[in-house]
Design a protein around this ligand. Structure first.
Ligand code: MN
Length: 237
């Protein structure tokens, strides 16, 4: 039961996160990245393989820079329904804090081996078709380290590789256009009709993604980033 750990950690009456099996299955080969402002800010990277979202927590976030390798802690499988989730997990719950749907799209596995086989051997290669992340990547398990859940995410050199690429320059939701703070405050989506059902802080995957009128780089230059939580932790989940 791959989703037992996911379900065991959560009380679904107290969190807007979806229980397993609540909604219909999204696109096959879905991938998403959620920016999660929990105890420590991190990015949750998820690939749909064999009916669940295989998941890694990346303290420094994914990158298009092929010269850096970021730690990716392999964590418990999430239900496919989680792939559309954005909102705030209330205090006192597992992973309490705001969750931004930072990127989403589809991916193709590279090579002939099935996803389960690539996972088992600790060397997963794939091509992303996202709104922010594109091109070829590898997730590689580090040998002989800690608890055995430490992997590295690596951007391959291709036409999408961008030396110096800064993940924090793209800190807005592909679902609602909101910043992390706007999500934490339950503010409405930007420049898009708010499509909600049920709890006010639920934003459904059926919403159209909002396009920001200001380019992220320009916005970052105009608005100096506030003192951010350090991204140095190696254990943030
Ligand atoms: Mn997380």
């Amino acid at each position: 039961m791959p989703l037992e750990e996911y379900a065991r950690k959560r009380r679904f009456a107290n969190t807007p996160e979806p229980p397993p099996g609540e909604q219909s299955t999204p696109t096959a080969n879905y991938f998403c990245v959620q920016r999660h402002d929990a105890t420590r800010l991190h990015y949750d990277f998820r690939l749909q393989i064999d009916g669940v979202l295989k998941s890694w927590a990346i303290p420094k976030g994914p990158t298009l820079d092929p010269d850096v390798k970021h730690l990716a802690a392999h964590v418990e499988d999430h239900p496919v329904e989680y792939g559309g989730f954005e909102g705030t997990i209330p205090a006192g719950n597992y992973g309490a804090g705001s969750v931004m749907l930072w990127d989403r799209g589809t991916f193709d596995l590279l090579g002939d081996a099935a996803g389960a086989e690539q996972l088992a051997r600790g060397d997963l290669k794939f091509r992303l078709h996202g709104e922010k992340l594109n091109g070829d990547f590898a997730l590689v398990r580090m040998k002989g380290r800690g608890k055995g859940n430490e992997w590295l995410i690596i951007k391959k050199r291709d036409e999408f590789a961008t030396p110096g690429w800064d993940v924090e320059s793209y800190a807005h939701s592909v679902l609602s256009g909101r910043t992390q703070e706007e999500i934490a405050q339950n503010l409405p989506a930007r420049k898009t009709k708010r499509k909600t059902a049920g709890a006010a802080d639920r934003v459904w995957a059926s919403s159209r993604p909002a396009k920001r009128s200001v380019k992220p780089a320009a916005a970052a230059a105009a608005t100096p980033a506030p003192a951010k939580k350090k991204l140095k932790s190696r254990s943030a989940i």
